[in-house]
Design a protein around this ligand. Sequence first.
Ligand code: NAD
Length: 317
Amino acid sequence: MSEIKTVGVVGTGVIGASWTALFLAHGKHVLVADPAPDAANTLRAHLESFWPLVEQIGLSSGASLQNYRFVGASLGEHYGEVDYVQENAPERLDLKKKLIAEIDSKTRPEVVIASSSSGIPSSQFVTSCKHPERVLIGHPFHPPHIMPLVEVVGHPGSSENAIATAMQFYTSVDKRPIHIMKETPGHAANRFQAAVMNEAFSLVSHGVLTATDVDACITTSLGPRYALMGPFLSNVSGGGGGKDGFRHLLEHLGPAVQGWLKDMKDKQISYDAETYDKLSESVRKEQEIFDIKEVEKQRDELLVRLLKDKKTASAIV
Ligand SMILES: NC(=O)c1ccc[n+]([C@@H]2O[C@H](COP(=O)([O-])OP(=O)(O)OC[C@H]3O[C@@H](n4cnc5c(N)ncnc54)[C@H](O)[C@@H]3O)[C@@H](O)[C@H]2O)c1
């Protein structure tokens, strides 16, 4: 991979601004484009609010909040200067198709074009590209200046070289890329999130738990465990930790889990106004207890501490 010094960030809303902060923290120069009338000011405000946490996470050599330039509605005459593109425009196929075709026609053919898209597979928006092999998804977990995961997903025509470049690039800016080998709706992390949300909604809708207790159930059990050990290693551990621990746990608890899964399927909820009313009522009561702004602030501070501490634990990924 030739060195990536300058990153083009196209679209600087919630995700683009956060990517910009991350790239700056790792010593990159960033050229940013967005057609919104106040985009330059909004970006500046976002970057200034992100920077104290970004500094706490740690800056690479050459990192500076000054190393970005907002260049206007599009990268225009600057396309030739970028070594990597991170696209973060709204989640609309017509828009992504047109925009990715423009980026493809103006950047050097070896430059990887990564889209942050959460749901549109890149095979759907490379149809007008001359060099579709360098287009892929680089999907962050919000907010990318803090959360380590990036899901790299090619389309059937993405080159191995482009995938390898994206994986190396995200690793070099301290992310934890995973390669999703087949285009899959929702990629991976959001599918896990959807499964958990579905069960949370079901338990509240069926009067089993309040929203407050669902949240406590997760933050005091699976949440902290999964921050340190994923579901597979957790099963190895739950099965006694031996060589056959994983298999032992499946054989031991598998039949019971099948029964729970059947019950969960039978109690599948419908996503309609009545369900939303019921859920909203329970969440409103939870919001009377918690000050969300304070929770978010403390969450970010603790997350940064956790992520830093994890780096000192050699056995933990
Ligand atoms: N918000 C999330 O939690 C999240 C997480 C991961 C990925 N994503 C993905 O990131 C992308 C951006 O989402 P977001 O939440 O930042 O949206 P957003 O609405 O906050 O930002 C989109 C930005 O794109 C700009 N834009 C509009 N047309 C454009 C164009 N032609 N060229 C360049 N910029 C243009 C808008 O002015 C806006 O600033 C989406 O594909 C979304 O699926 C979002």
